[in-house]
Write a protein that binds this ligand. Structure first.
Ligand SMILES: *[C@@H]1O[C@H](CO)[C@@H](O)[C@H](O)[C@H]1NC(C)=O
Ligand SMILES: *[C@@H]1O[C@H](CO)[C@@H](O)[C@H](O)[C@H]1NC(C)=O
Ligand SMILES: *[C@@H]1O[C@H](CO)[C@@H](O)[C@H](O)[C@H]1NC(C)=O
Ligand SMILES: *[C@@H]1O[C@H](CO)[C@@H](O)[C@H](O)[C@H]1NC(C)=O
Ligand SMILES: *[C@@H]1O[C@H](CO)[C@@H](O)[C@H](O)[C@H]1NC(C)=O
Ligand SMILES: *[C@@H]1O[C@H](CO)[C@@H](O)[C@H](O)[C@H]1NC(C)=O
Length: 930
């Protein structure tokens, strides 16, 4: 390990301290940086919503994005120190015996906490400081149960807690747990609850006057949802067990409780009752009537027959699910007996083959009817005419082959019609004529091979359409202009007939699943000016070909998300052009061990200036090098999945300052090679980048190497220390340190703001690779005050004076050309940016000065980030062994021999020196002018 000279004085012992101080400093500045932590995933689900497909995930509530999910946690404090402070959600799995007081205080913005920690003792102050927490889950996988002693006042600090859940824990040794007033959802699943009465002792505030010691609140307890599902021993209710609780919804799925006992529970109000999978054989009429239930879920039971008399007590129901009950028929008065019914789910029953509509199937209130998977094959005419208010009709997974317009008569307000996975082969024009309000139509999995837009006439505002047929599908105009979303599946090909016009002016989402997508006539093009999301599954990469006769998408000016899984042709030759706004690119090959040639990333990613998210799966890259990532200045997430024999070239080190915030390796097998030896130190110390998945990766020496060599132990055991990277990271850290100390020393707080903008907008990202700045100066001169005399007396005149005395160059000198009071950091960055060359005057003193170091660093970054725009020259005033400048070692990659200049000691050599300097600068200036 080596350090920049300015810190040589720091004793060795203090180094770890220094870097941890730096870390906490950065964290406290709210930069949210993170070093990688083994066994944790940190991700921002707003970047890639499908990330759970690739990496361990923390199930999230809507609106939560930044999460950390850690497994195999044993030292809680150690795991937590490495996580960013601004987490929305945290999931922990492992074995932690004690949750100490203030365990999560460093995550003040946490809204969701899921703990999967085995037998854990919770200290009463464990959740201090989590005053934004809304969801708290304790989970243990079944079989039931672990004992959990929960302190009565542990939840007190959680003033916004909304949901509390215990799964797989026995709470029977806990008492008097005080629930926050904000709580609206309480779950006890897979517990050892046997009697509802036990809730009184556990949560006295739920029940009125249950315990004299409980602090009774002045108003009755209220819960939105009480979920006691999956409690196989919960068989007793107990008298007045829930006395006084105002409850909206009760879930007793998978419990052996006898429902009618609920009548004695003391509950006065209940809107919704769920009894899924309880073995119920009859409609629970008296409970429904007693509570005037508005929603009843009886899915997966054995209610095969319903008698008219059962219905009389169910008049209050607005929502009823009889999903998967083996129902053969409906009683004649079914709907007229349920006048309030709005949603009826009869899916997965045996009502077919002919929908026998009981006489009197009249309901003026029914909005949603689900008849999917019922073996229906014929719909008589006017089948639904007695349901004038119907908005959604689900008929998927039946055997319907013929559909006449008469069958759909009277559905004036129908918005959603699902006919997917039926045997429909032919539809007649006008079949939708009685559905003027239709907006969503699903015809996936039907057998229509020629689909004409004429079939869609009738609805005025059709926006969402799904079409699919087993083998081929040909689509003919005219297309409804109102379409916003279109999904088309066919096994072999989908062909669009586009004689003229711009049929998809407003389409935003398009999903195609077919090997080939064709256009007819083939010399035509079809434009998608509004397309924002494109998903292609199993398609040939030809779809993006630039050959007019093969390509399907000439350009997609608004496209932001592209998800492309190729067919067996891999991604060979895939080129993405005309996608100026693409932000998210997910690319995958389908074959697990495709023998196709390596994908050339450099070509593939050449023209995607706005790319923020890149997820690549199963593409066979071979070796990744820096050239693959040039031009991706905005990249925030890089994910490599299912790669076989991946090499990470040593040139990628130069990409480190621009490395995306999140880098994930999932299911990647590397090549055992020392070229990648920088990876180990990088993954454990990378500033600004969270790296996941290297600890568990293995590498192989050649194609027939089946030893599971862990990558990191191969690198540390077989490759010489990567001093270059070590020193780079160290000096990189130092630069940050220097900058931060400089800023902290400055009384003006706006500096901090500059720091933020500087790092994010300029240092390694935006300021970017994409624009050539205008040059105001020829040469930016960097020197430190100790060398100022020489610079002013010798260097400046020689370069600045007009010819022939000098070279007539426009110089930028910080001391002279920066405005008074101008922000020095900013001015320096801007000046380097707008100079054709940077000349660093170096002496031992200069190298000891933080500012000179910084300037040198900045110039180096420009060299890396904007190759070709600026040239860096180093002028040594006294002999310094360059190989001792370990921290600048990486410069060697970028500098040529002519870029180093030494001030000669003998005055006889001076003339040659000035000549060389002028010549070099003149050439640089001329080159940049061309
Ligand atoms: C997630 O990704 C997988 C393949 O990687 C794909 O099959 C699936 O459809 C995706 N899901 C969504 C919601 O995009
Ligand atoms: C969990 O961590 C222990 C050491 O802390 C280790 O021995 C074990 O292999 C890890 N288990 C997994 C599944 O990573
Ligand atoms: C809690 O329940 C478990 C399982 O039903 C039982 O073995 C245990 O004795 C109970 N503990 C107390 C304190 O009631
Ligand atoms: C409720 O109905 C069930 C069966 O339908 C019956 O056994 C029970 O006695 C009834 N309870 C009351 C209170 O009417
Ligand atoms: C398009 O797809 C995205 C992502 O799946 C979704 O959020 C959006 O609502 C869809 N837009 C339309 C018009 O369906
Ligand atoms: C496409 O080719 C056909 C003949 O093959 C020609 O009639 C037609 O005008 C061409 N269309 C376009 C848009 O070039």
């Amino acid at each position: 390990m080596t350090f920049a000279p300015s810190l040589e004085a720091v004793p060795r012992m203090e180094r770890p301290l220094l870097s941890s101080t730096l870390l906490s400093l950065l964290m406290s500045l709210g930069l949210g940086w993170a070093w990688s932590t083994p066994d944790c995933t940190i991700a921002d689900s707003s970047l890639l919503s499908n990330i759970s497909y690739y990496i361990p995930f923390c199930s999230l509530a809507p609106g939560l994005h930044l999460f950390a999910s850690c497994s195999n946690v044993s030292d809680l404090a150690q795991t937590l120190t490495a996580l960013p402070r601004r987490l929305d959600a945290l999931c922990l799995q492992g074995t932690v015996p004690v949750l100490p007081a203030d365990a999560f205080g460093q995550f003040p913005t946490l809204q969701l906490l899921k703990l999967h920690l085995g037998t854990v003792r919770i200290t009463s102050g464990a959740f201090q400081g989590l005053d934004q927490l809304q969801y708290l889950f304790f989970e243990h996988p079944s079989p039931c149960c672990l004992s959990l002693l929960f302190p009565p006042d542990a939840l007190k600090p959680l003033i916004f807690l909304n949901s509390l859940s215990f799964q797989g824990y026995c709470l029977n040794s806990s008492q008097n747990i005080q629930l926050p007033l904000s709580l609206s959802r309480l779950t006890l699943r897979h517990s050892c609850l046997t009697d509802l009465q036990e809730l009184q002792g556990l949560f006295p505030s739920l029940v009125l006057g249950s315990s004299p010691t409980a602090i009774s609140s002045p108003w009755p307890a209220f819960l939105e949802v009480l979920d006691l599902s999956a409690n196989p021993q919960l068989s007793r209710v107990g008298v007045k067990a829930l006395h006084g609780l105002q409850l909206h919804s009760l879930r007793l799925d998978g419990t052996p409780l006898s429902v009618s006992e609920l009548l004695g529970s003391g509950l006065l109000h209940l809107n919704s009752l769920s009894l899924v999978g309880t073995g119920t054989e009859k409609l629970p009429g008296n409970v429904t009537a007693y509570f005037e239930l508005s929603a009843l879920d009886l899915g997966r039971n054995q209610i095969q027959n319903i008698g008219n008399e059962d219905l009389s007590s169910c008049r209050s129901l607005e929502r009823l699910s009889l999903h998967a009950n083996g129902l053969h028929s409906l009683p004649t008065r079914f709907l007229s007996a349920l006048p309030q019914l709005q949603r009826l789910n009869l899916s997965m029953n045996k009502l077919g083959p002919t929908l026998v509509l009981p006489e009197g199937l009249v309901s003026s209130s029914l909005r949603v009817l689900d008849l999917s998977h019922n073996e229906l094959s014929a719909l008589p005419s006017g089948a639904f005419s007695s349901l004038p208010q119907l908005k959604e009709l689900w008929l998927g997974g039946n055997n319907i082959s013929n559909l006449s317009s008469e069958a759909l008569e009277g559905l004036r307000w129908l918005k959603t019609l699902d006919l997917s996975w039926n045997q429909i082969k032919v539809l007649k024009p006008g079949w939708l004529s009685s559905l003027p309000a239709l907006i969503s139509l699903n015809l996936l999995g039907t057998h229509i091979e020629n689909f004409s837009g004429l079939l869609l006439q009738g609805p005025k505002k059709l926006t969402h359409l799904w079409l699919g047929s087993p083998d081929i599908l040909e689509l003919y105009p005219p297309w409804p202009l109102t379409l916003l979303s279109l999904e088309v599946w066919a096994h072999t090909y989908v062909e669009f007939r586009v004689p003229q016009g711009e049929p998809f002016l407003f389409l935003e989402n398009l999903t195609l699943q077919a090997s080939y997508v064709l256009l007819q006539p083939s010399n035509n093009t079809v434009h998608f000016p509004s397309l924002r999301h494109l998903t292609l599954r199993g398609c040939s990469p030809i779809i993006f070909s630039t050959h007019k006769s093969q390509g399907f998408f000439p350009q997609l000016p608004s496209l932001e998300h592209l998800h492309f899984w190729s067919n067996h042709e891999g991604t060979e030759g895939l080129q993405l052009f005309g996608l100026p706004r693409l932000r998210v690119l997910e690319l995958g090959g389908l074959d697990c061990l495709s023998a196709s040639r390596p994908t050339d990333l450099e070509v593939l990613l050449e023209n995607l200036p706005q790319l923020e998210v890149l997820a690549l799966s199963n593409l066979n890259f071979g070796n990744l090098s820096i050239s693959s990532f040039r031009g991706l200045g905005l990249l925030r997430l890089l994910l490599l999945n299912s790669e076989w024999a991946l090499g990470l070239d040593s040139s990628l080190q130069e990409f480190i300052p621009q490395m995306p915030q999140y880098v994930y390796f999932s299911d990647v097998i590397f090549i055992c090679q020392c070229e990648s030896s920088w990876v180990g130190p990088w993954a454990t110390q990378a500033p600004n980048t969270f790296v996941y998945g290297l600890e568990k990766s293995i590498c192989m020496a050649n194609a027939s190497d089946y030893f599971k060599t862990p990558l990191l132990s191969f690198l540390s055991g077989n490759c010489p220390d990567n001093l270059e990277l070590q020193s780079f990271l160290t000096s990189f850290t130092l630069v940050l340190l220097l900058i931060i100390f400089a800023l902290l020393g400055c009384p003006k707080w706006p500096w901090l703001h500059h720091l933020w903008t500087l790092f994010h907008a300029w240092l390694w990202k935006v300021g970017g690779w994409n624009h050539r700045s205008q040059y105001h100066y020829d040469v930016f001169i960097s020197y430190c005050s100790q060398d100022q005399d020489w610079v002013l007396a010798e260097l400046i005149p020689a370069l600045e004076k007009p010819l022939p005395a000098g070279e007539g160059l426009r110089l930028c000198l910080p001391e002279r050309d920066f405005g008074v009071g101008q922000d020095r950091m900013e001015a320096m960055a801007a000046s380097i940016d707008s100079s054709k060359a940077t000349l660093c005057v170096l002496s031992r003193q200069a190298l000891g000065s933080p500012w000179c170091n910084l300037e040198l660093r900045l110039a180096t970054y420009h060299l890396v980030a904007k190759p070709g725009t600026t040239r860096l020259l180093l002028l040594f005033l006294e002999p310094i062994d360059r190989w001792q400048l370990r921290s600048y070692h990486r410069l060697a990659r970028w500098l040529q021999k002519e870029d180093y200049l030494d001030l000669p000691r003998k005055s006889a050599d001076l003339e040659a020196f000035w000549d060389q300097l002028r010549r070099t600068l003149r050439k640089t200036v001329q080159d940049r002018e061309d």
